[in-house]
Write a protein that binds this ligand. Structure first.
Ligand SMILES: [Zn+2]
Length: 484
């Protein structure tokens, strides 16, 4: 059983230990935090260790995408944390294939394949409700009774909703946040109050939001799995993520019916469209495809799934999280061996991230300048070499324009670097111990795309997920994957 507060405490503590570089300036800048916690059962005890951590709120626009795989398109904390975890898994696999000690994998029956050691699992932590569908949350205390009254925070939200609705200005016309963070109204007057964690019923309406302007609208709430007729609810949090092209759109009506629920959404860039799907969509995808990605799937007997997703104190709805992360994929079937629909347990902690937007606004002092999202993204993972990676706008923090295109400007999490780490794993593997899909008989593999495509089971699972749950998921541009 996962203790949500214990997970949150562990992650916040780990964040505190990181060096200063890339961290928000207290009282002026805020950010979002996500992490992967490895759980290792030893007898009756469970050892918990943060193995990857990420911060970040930004996403770059389409025009900055690179055909060389050398830029980080999506720097939302969740994505940074997952990619750091992939670095960690590559390290552990390298240890495994070279006969060293590793804490994650053991040999599977099939040649060249590896499984998780018994008792090992992974929990995903995020300090905030993921952007996109999970963020379209009815505001509590409404006639629909969607939110239980657990703390006084609901009152804060309602006050905010009332203030806004009596302001009479439809927010539909206001601009989306450039950062694409989860939504969240805040109530600076709300006293900080510790709260027991709740596996399914919790609220803590503080936390990072894109902008105070990105807040409340009347909502309709669809049944899980798709858009539907509005139910009564007094108000709704909004997300800056826009519906993917080619499908249904948000009605954008002031009041009831601003958003449509259950849809795939892309993150906003800085005034530009992006190709990056919202974190709600990515988390839903990981619940079927696993979080290891196509490349590591070559080596794994089974995809790796998060056993739980823990969210820090912030506006949160268990029903909406379930809709966004679980229900949308529940109809996926006929998956190849090694893949299954494996939704995580959903939990919320009562502990708030000290650098959340609402905490930052509370600590803000006159003369500090406008409260804004921190521009840097920090990645830390439990690897022996270069565990820290701080970036801004998709490149190494502090990299000059002249350095762009060189190794010194690249994040260790960009596609190209992760691909090169993977290739080192392949070259460290004794040819006789290579998985079948990578053995010489598998044909010539050269580019990043070649290696991804050759991950046959993964690609078949992806087709099933697309067909059954996400037909509108934008297809990546092949030309951006041909680097090597
Ligand atoms: Zn996000």
């Amino acid at each position: 059983m996962v203790d949500a507060d214990e997970i949150a405490r562990l992650c916040y503590g780990r964040f505190q230990q990181l060096p200063r570089r890339g961290k928000p300036e207290a009282g002026r800048e805020w950010t979002l935090l996500a992490a992967v916690v490895q759980m290792s059962r030893r007898g009756d005890a469970v050892e918990k260790e943060v193995v990857a951590m990420g911060t970040g709120t930004k996403c770059i626009g389409d025009t900055s995408a690179s055909p060389d795989g050398d830029v980080l398109n999506d720097s939302h904390a969740e994505v940074i944390a997952r990619r750091g975890c992939v670095r960690y898994l590559i390290q552990e696999l390298r240890r495994a294939v070279t006969g060293g000690h590793n804490s994650v994998f053991r040999e599977a029956e099939e040649r060249g394949r590896w499984s998780l050691r018994p008792g090992v699992s992974f929990v995903f932590f995020t300090s905030h409700t993921p952007c996109g569908d999970a963020s379209i949350i009815p505001v509590p205390d409404g006639p629909s009774g969607l939110r239980p009254s657990v703390s006084d925070g609901g009152g804060g939200l309602k006050r905010k909703a009332e203030q806004q609705s009596t302001g009479g200005k439809p927010k539909a016309a206001r601009e989306a946040p450039e950062d694409g963070a989860g939504t969240a109204p805040e109530d600076a007057a709300r006293p900080r109050r510790p709260r027991p964690s709740h596996a399914s019923r919790c609220e803590a309406p503080e936390e990072p939001a894109p902008r105070p302007s990105e807040q409340l609208e009347m909502e309709h709430r669809a049944p899980p799995g798709g858009a539907g007729p509005p139910l009564q609810a007094p108000d709704v949090h909004r997300t800056g993520a826009k519906c993917v092209p080619g499908g249904q759109v948000d009605p954008l009506q002031p009041g009831v019916g601003y958003h449509r629920t259950g849809l795939l959404r892309v993150k906003p860039g800085r005034g530009e469209p992006t190709r990056s799907l919202s974190c709600s969509d990515k988390l839903a995808r990981w619940g079927v495809m696993g979080f290891q990605g196509a490349l590591l799937s070559h080596y794994l007997q089974e995809a790796l799934y998060f056993s739980a997703v823990v969210v820090g104190a912030c506006p949160y709805s268990p029903d909406v999280m379930h809709r966004a992360l679980v229900s949308r994929c529940s109809g996926v079937s006929d998956l190849p061996a090694g893949f299954s629909v494996r939704p995580p347990a959903l939990l919320q902690s009562g502990l708030e991230f000290p650098f959340s937007q609402s905490q930052t606004e509370r600590r803000h002092r006159a003369g500090q300048g406008r409260v804004s999202p921190c521009g840097a993204a920090i990645s830390w993972c439990n690897v022996a070499e270069r565990p820290l990676d701080v970036t801004a706008s998709g490149y190494k923090h502090g990299a000059t324009k002249k350095a762009v295109g060189t190794a010194s400007a690249r994040s260790l999490l960009c596609k190209l670097e992760l691909f090169h780490s993977f290739l080192s794993l392949v070259s460290d593997t004794d040819p006789s111990a290579l998985p079948k899909s990578l053995s010489p008989g598998a044909g010539e593999l050269r580019t990043y795309w070649d290696y991804k495509r050759a991950s046959g089971s993964y690609q078949r699972a992806w087709q099933q997920l697309l067909g059954h749950a996400f037909p509108l998921w934008p297809r990546g541009d092949r030309d951006l994957l041909l680097f090597c």
